[in-house]
Design a protein around this ligand. Structure first.
Ligand code: SAH
Length: 266
């Protein structure tokens, strides 16, 4: 999260690229299929998904732990003069303290989304369970949805990244300008702790030099993510898994998606 605090990332934001039509259509279809009207976007950034959802008629509360992102999302809102944009609420909130930061309406929101490979920004702890912050965050995020509502999470395919030492460009997700991603992976006693991703962008303004933006991620494996959901939710939930927005069966060796999306109905 601290990586977002100084706002430096925003000067590269356009280079990361707008979300593709495929990813937007997928999200809208899932929300509509489940009859969702109210959406809590807990990693809104500058308003990427939220703005689109307001436009499409959803009632949206957007939150993020970064002041800079919240200020930028508010600017995104201010630039939209249509009446419907006055319904868009934006609030500073951290996943680690979500129930204190956000009051849920009645039994909860119809849908809660946490997308854009946001959860892997959570630093692991040094203690015996490195995934502890994930567990607290997932528990808090899940507590915001109403019974029968849905949650949408996504994360990069870290299984593949750790297996191959390479990262795909994810062009299914974003119309990115990234030329390539260089990785450096930190291991401790054989366990991957942190991945530094260096995004290489083309030069701008007649310059020769490519530009680099570095960001750290804390890689969670698909099995670990699934296991955390099962532990938090118990046996009574529906879980659909997508790889690059297509239904995905774990272990399928024929496809190597860049991003996994989890749709969970509680
Ligand atoms: N969903 C947007 C933004 C993704 S960037 C998109 O896809 O474009 C990831 C966002 O997660 C950042 O805005 C960052 O500030 C936020 N974030 C990281 N850690 C967080 C935490 N602990 N609580 C809330 N937001 C967090």
């Amino acid at each position: 999260m601290d990586q977002y605090a100084d706002g430096h990332i925003l000067s590269f934001w356009d280079c990361f690229g707008k979300k593709t039509e495929e990813s937007k259509t997928w999200l809208l279809n899932i929300l509509r299929k489940h009859g969702c009207k109210t959406v809590l976007d807990v990693a809104c950034g500058p308003g990427t998904e939220s703005e689109m959802l307001v436009e499409e008629g959803f009632t949206v509360l957007s939150s993020d732990a970064s002041d800079v992102m919240i200020t930028t999302a508010k600017k995104t809102r201010a630039a939209r003069k249509e009446a419907i944009f006055s319904t868009w609420e934006i609030k500073l909130a951290n996943w680690l303290t979500l129930p204190e930061d956000i009051q849920k309406p009645g039994e909860g929101f119809d849908a809660v989304i946490c997308v854009g490979n946001s959860l892997p920004h959570l630093p692991f702890t040094d203690g015996p369970d490195r995934l502890q912050p994930y567990k607290v965050s997932l528990t808090n995020i899940i507590s915001m949805v109403r019974p029968g509502g849905i949650l949408i999470f996504d994360h990069r395919n870290f299984d593949c990244i750790l297996e191959t030492g390479k990262s795909m460009l994810n062009t299914v997700y974003r119309n990115t300008l990234t030329k390539r991603i260089e990785l450096s992976i930190d291991y401790e006693k054989g366990v991957p702790q942190m991945i530094i991703m260096n995004y290489i962008f083309p030069p701008i303004g007649g310059q020769q030099q490519t530009r680099t933006f570095s960001i750290d991620f804390y890689p969670v494996l698909l099995n670990e993510f699934n296991q955390m959901l099962s532990t938090i939710l118990g046996g009574t939930f529906q879980h659909s898994l997508y790889g690059d927005f297509k239904p995905y069966t774990p272990g399928d060796v024929h496809v190597k998606p860049g991003v996994f999306s989890h749709v969970v109905r509680v």
